[in-house]
Ligand binder design. Structure first.
Ligand code: FAD
Length: 475
């Protein structure tokens, strides 16, 4: 927390930049902004614990205001925690060391759509669904539709390298971002030009994509657009085991087909997610597929995929399970009594690996996590030509707070350790935040020194989101 004198001076200077109504220091505002959708933080709040709060929440409207705010913070050495939509799952917006929370929701302008280049320039605070609906009205999709589309914003997507439900076809946000404007910790504004490809040294915008507010504030972005697909077809198959389901997916991609959705549920998750609505043999996996595009291509892709699935031992389940998932993709995450009672926590470890390791990583993580958790259910959620991600959901419930927080950490430690040991990567889409911060060095190995060196050059005073991404832990 800031010393009273420093806080008063900062407040005065920040009010001059954004106006008095856009700097908040009342406890209610600070508490409201104190957490994101990190399950541990929410469990702690339920248990009556007080999370770290900021001293001031600032709501800028323009890049210039962000620049001036960072100028002040840098000069006064005040920590700054950016807040996008606040739906991150790893505690990225928790102001661990107090200071300023920079809430970017007022920066929500959608600039012109460039129809010729099929791009759109936006401010960072545009909520995903607002952008998607705006471009839909012009006949486009952003191709980026994560489940948090209604709550997260463009800056948050980019800062966490987020992944949408159709990333197999369109790619993740790092593939969809053509240009970037960033305000560095000293307040200087930098532009990474929007071009489809280039050959002028490293792609510097990629330095900021996934930087989780530790290297600066993403203030604007130029994103790719795609025509809304003419048609979409759903298909589902059950498989006797994970191995044959994964083989089917691998061979579909190998045949040059890019389904918009390819999700494989392990037997426990298939039973939990689908057995209430569809009849299929218990103990089987469920594969959901969707194909987007012109009808002729969709027909061909569906036919070829069907042959591959049957050849790998799949049982045709028609379109029902896949269509149902699509229709409920935004409402299936609402908390249940399971997640909101006592010291219970449901959380997810999303990881990614190449096909040669994917199944082994799944088996090892499941075993390691099950040793501590009440249960673990998993699906392979985002699949690509060379591998894909696993979304491992765990449940734990303990008699008291101390045991609950310890057990939660034990599950994370066991899961991440098993993943890294077999060559997986510890996050596909949710990012690092606080939850994975202590594992970042193990994950990045020798390249962690590069990240630390970049941080020390761009943010020598360590003001930007300290304690996240394994960087800037303060005493
Ligand atoms: C129900 C639910 C479903 C979800 N589904 C998905 C999904 O399908 N795919 C997926 O990828 N994720 C998903 N998530 C996780 C989360 O929504 C994403 O990580 C999202 O990208 C975070 O965006 P946000 O705007 O909410 O960011 P926030 O939570 O506000 O911030 C995330 C991190 O980015 C930093 N940050 C935010 N804005 C900026 C900026 N402009 N400049 C610099 N740093 C910034 C913050 O400091 C923080 O460290 C889901 C979460 C929930 C609760």
């Amino acid at each position: 927390m800031l010393d009273d004198k420093v806080k008063k001076l900062a407040l005065k200077r920040l009010v001059k930049i954004v106006g008095p109504e856009y700097v908040q220091d009342q406890e209610t505002d600070l508490i409201l902004n104190a957490h994101d959708a990190w399950p541990l933080a929410q469990a702690k709040i339920r248990a009556g614990e007080v999370l770290p709060v900021a001293d001031l929440v600032v709501f800028p409207e323009t890049t210039e205001q962000v620049s001036e705010v960072l100028g002040v913070a840098n000069e006064m050495e005040i920590p700054v925690t950016p807040v996008g939509g606040g739906a991150g799952t790893c505690g990225g917006t928790v102001p661990l060391y107090g200071g300023i929370q920079l809430d970017l929701k007022r920066m929500c302008r959608i600039h012109d759509i460039d129809h010729q280049s099929m791009t759109v320039r936006v401010q960072c605070g545009v909520i995903g669904i607002d952008l998607e609906e705006a471009v839909n009205r012009e006949g486009y999709t952003t191709g980026h539709t994560p489940t948090s589309l209604r709550s997260s914003n463009v800056g948050g997507f980019i800062a966490t390298r987020s992944g949408g439900s159709r990333s197999s076809l369109y790619g993740k946000i790092e593939d969809l971002t053509l240009g970037l404007q960033v305000v560095l910790p000293d307040g200087s504004i930098v532009e990474c030009k929007a071009v489809p490809r280039h050959s002028v040294g490293p792609d510097l915008k990629q330095l900021f994509i996934g930087s989780e507010g530790t290297l600066g504030i993403i203030t604007e972005a130029t994103l790719r657009l795609f025509p809304i697909p003419e048609s979409r077809r759903f298909r589902a198959y059950t498989f006797a085991d994970v191995h044959s389901g994964l083989e089917a997916i691998r061979l579909i991609f190998r045949a040059g087909i890019k389904p918009s959705i390819a999700r494989l549920y392990d037997p426990e998750d298939a039973s939990y997610s689908f057995s209430m609505h569809f009849e299929f043999e218990e103990g089987h996996c469920m594969l959901l597929l969707a194909f987007d595009g012109p009808p002729e291509r969709v027909n061909l892709d569906e036919r070829t995929s069907h042959e591959i699935c049957l050849q790998e031992g799949g049982f045709d389940q028609g379109e029902g399970p896949s269509r149902r998932w699509w229709d409920h993709r935004y409402d299936m995450y609402y908390p249940t009594s399971l997640t909101t009672s006592g010291y219970a926590i449901v959380d997810t470890i999303d990881i990614v690996a190449t096909y040669d390791k994917l199944e082994q990583v799944y088996i090892a993580m499941k075993e390691a996590m099950e040793a501590h958790a009440g249960f673990v259910i998993s699906h392979f959620s985002h699949m690509y030509e060379n591998g894909g991600s696993i979304y491992m959901i765990f449940y734990t419930s303990q008699p008291d707070a101390d045991a609950a927080w310890k057990n939660y950490k034990a599950i994370w430690d066991a899961g991440v350790e098993a993943c890294l040991e077999l060559g997986g990567t510890m996050s596909h889409q949710h990012g690092v935040g606080v939850t994975r911060s202590t594992y970042t060095e193990d994950e990045l190995g020798s390249s962690f020194a590069v990240l630390k060196a970049i941080k020390s050059v761009l943010d020598p005073k360590g003001i930007m989101n300290p304690g996240k991404l394994g960087l800037g832990v303060r005493n």
